[in-house]
Write a protein that binds this ligand. Sequence first.
Ligand code: SF4
Length: 328
Amino acid sequence: MAIKTVDHELKQRIRHSLSNIPISLNAHFGDPCQPNQWENTLDKIRYLKSQGYQGEIEISTKWILTDEQLDTLYDLAPDLWIICGVTGLNEMKGVTMEERFDHYLRVSKRFKKVIINVRPLIPGKNDSMEVLAPIVEVAAKGRRLLKHGGYVNPTSMDNSKTKYDDLKKEIHAYCEKLGVNDGPKCTCLVTDVTGRICTTFAELEPTNLDVLEALGFDFVMEDGYVRLTGFEGSGKVTKGDVSFARFIIQSSRIRSEWTDPHAYMQMKNPDGQTMICTSSWFHWAKEVPCMVNCFYCHVRPENPFINATQAGDTGCSPIDLYHYLFED
Ligand code: SF4
């Protein structure tokens, strides 16, 4: 890979853009807080902090962290986002709902940026207010941020989630009543708290188009919107490319016209590995056998799509991407 030559001012802006991308750590296969992944998660946080990373950093976990683990995390990154899975689906044998509620409240006591994640909502299992109301109630006692999402069938290749529009309204009404923010996307919750730009919905004039071009994205402008046409001449666009490009241009104004509905990007990391970007987070993950063992897991290595394109370690620090592409 040849180093790309760009002028100093553009280089500075590329570095700034990449340093501010919201990043999710070890949220692929293997919980970031399980014993054989924990040190790697800490190393990634340490590394980002040592680079002066300025973006939001998150870990999503269904593990029950000890107070010692919370202390360690807090010492390293008090501004970390912690997304606690509380679904009512009995993940991890022997862990009761009360323990999960207590865990969320302990995390909320220590950290400011904490979201309850009720995902996936599986028809006939946890898609009723009987299951969900107590979760909203506990969210109201903590940081008052709640995210929910539909089920992805692990054997389906189209990456679509179960729809639950009526239930969504019920959840929202109850959240509103109890003062809980259940913004439609994780990025909405994050930007509501931080005041950053919500790139999923902000109808702002796209910026950094020269950064987007320098990173290798092909695009045309149409009525103030970016339409991606490929990556380094590929003629193809993935949903992951679109999500990443939104972070770069700091606007939602990109046509959602991908030719592939999956979250992987066409750009590779410095080791040639896959990179993944969703609407809320760029992912940096090591893959280890997951100890949570959710019966509904859609990222198990046997998932045909994940296996073909996204299995193994993915992503990197976006600042490493900058060094790889633009610095000797
Ligand atoms: S089993 Fe799958 S869904 Fe469950 S925590 Fe692990 S990776 Fe996530």
